[in-house]
Design a protein. Structure first.
Length: 137
């Protein structure tokens, strides 16, 4: 892990647009996921405290706590007690979280009695439905 990332202040990753339709906790959640994807945050990097981040983005402490809980539940970050909150040490925290979501979905489909083949079809259809419309020139 590069020393530069460990020394770099991760507060720059976070901002909240109070006029956006997306709730602030979701904006912060998405900012972490995007920062991991583009390399601005790295596995093992320490994140700001909840209070520091709330002050930085001018939101309530509970809003930041909700974002951190969401990220922790997805396996993207991990709380280490008094040591603080860190990006998950998994080499690809976003990929690990996505695999957990896929496994949960597969288990739920199995529990509903949906065949593996039909589950794959339905998942493929769902992913295709989320794609932005193709623009024609």
């Amino acid at each position: 892990m590069p020393d530069v990332a460990q020394d770099h202040d991760p507060l720059h990753v976070f901002s909240v647009d109070p006029t956006a339709e997306t709730p602030p906790f979701r904006q912060m959640h998405d900012a972490v996921v995007q920062a991991l994807a583009d390399g601005r945050l790295l596995p093992g990097q320490k994140l700001p405290t909840i209070r520091a981040l709330a002050g930085h983005v001018d939101v309530a402490v509970n809003t930041v706590a909700a974002a951190y809980r969401s990220l922790e539940g997805a396996g993207v970050i991990e709380g280490r007690g008094r040591a603080g909150t860190f990006v998950s040490l998994d080499e690809d925290p976003v990929g690990a979280a996505a695999r957990r979501i896929a496994l949960d979905a597969a288990e739920q489909m199995r529990d509903l009695g949906v065949s593996p083949e039909r589950s794959r079809e339905m998942f493929t259809e769902a992913v295709a439905a989320l794609r932005p419309p193709q623009r024609t020139a």
